[in-house]
Write a protein that binds this ligand. Structure first.
Ligand code: E4P
Length: 213
């Protein structure tokens, strides 16, 4: 399973990129807004210059025509821009048009396996099931990843599954076991994944012993 970072913060992206573990980045309108008064296209450009993998940038329009127009503009920023499109009938229309133009898409806000199947058949490059938000309303979000992975495998569907709305390290592990191709992980979760108290304790002990020589 590949690891993406779910942020629009260039500092966070640079830090995790230096670990050598990053295959891509996802952003969304809330994450862009969190960065303050930044220019959307400028941030996307900065991120595409930093990370060579797929960089998801989301459209704001709710009608297919507007989505396609925004998508073409965003796609012209760099070859590695992927257009994030919400899972609606208008979104599917837009995905279909964009896929015929060779523009990659990530269908977002996926909450059922049927939505994922529709997105894949419309030509989506990626689908993003939202794990944490399903957990929030009393479902087991990871079941959705398992279902989509099973359906895509049986029917030889090449659309990749991005486990999104990841809230903690266990989500990442479970997504890997459930068959997600990618997990898009917030910076805070990356920091938790790297840490273990026994690792810290071990380093402290090795150094203490070394200094006793
Ligand atoms: C996915 O691409 C989204 O940006 C993201 O994972 C949403 O997560 P949230 O539910 O924590 O907002």
């Amino acid at each position: 399973m590949k690891l993406f970072i779910d942020t629009a913060n260039v500092k966070e992206i640079s830090e995790v990129k230096e670990w050598g573990v990053l295959s891509g980045v996802t952003t969304n309108p809330s994450l862009i807004a969190r960065e303050g008064g930044v220019e959307f296209e400028d941030v996307i450009k900065q991120i595409t210059d930093l990370v060579p993998g797929p960089i998801s940038a989301e459209v704001i329009s709710t009608e297919a025509e507007g989505m396609v127009e925004e998508a073409r503009k965003l796609a012209s920023i760099s070859d590695n821009v992927v257009i994030k499109i919400p899972m609606t009938p208008e979104g599917l229309k837009a995905v279909n048009i964009l896929s015929s133009e060779g523009i990659k898409t990530n269908v977002t806000l996926v909450f059922s396996a049927n939505q994922a199947l529709l997105a894949a058949r419309a030509g989506a490059t990626y689908v993003s099931p939202f794990i944490g938000r399903l957990d929030d309303i009393g479902h087991t979000g990871m079941e959705l990843v398992r279902d989509i992975a099973q359906v895509f495998k049986i029917h030889n569907i090449e659309t990749e599954i991005i486990a999104a709305s990841i809230r903690h390290p266990l989500h990442v592990l479970e997504a890997a076991k459930a068959g997600a191709d990618i997990a898009t992980i917030p910076y805070a979760v990356f920091k938790k994944m790297v840490q273990h108290p026994k690792t810290d304790e071990g380093i402290e002990k090795f150094l203490a012993d070394w200094n006793k020589r």
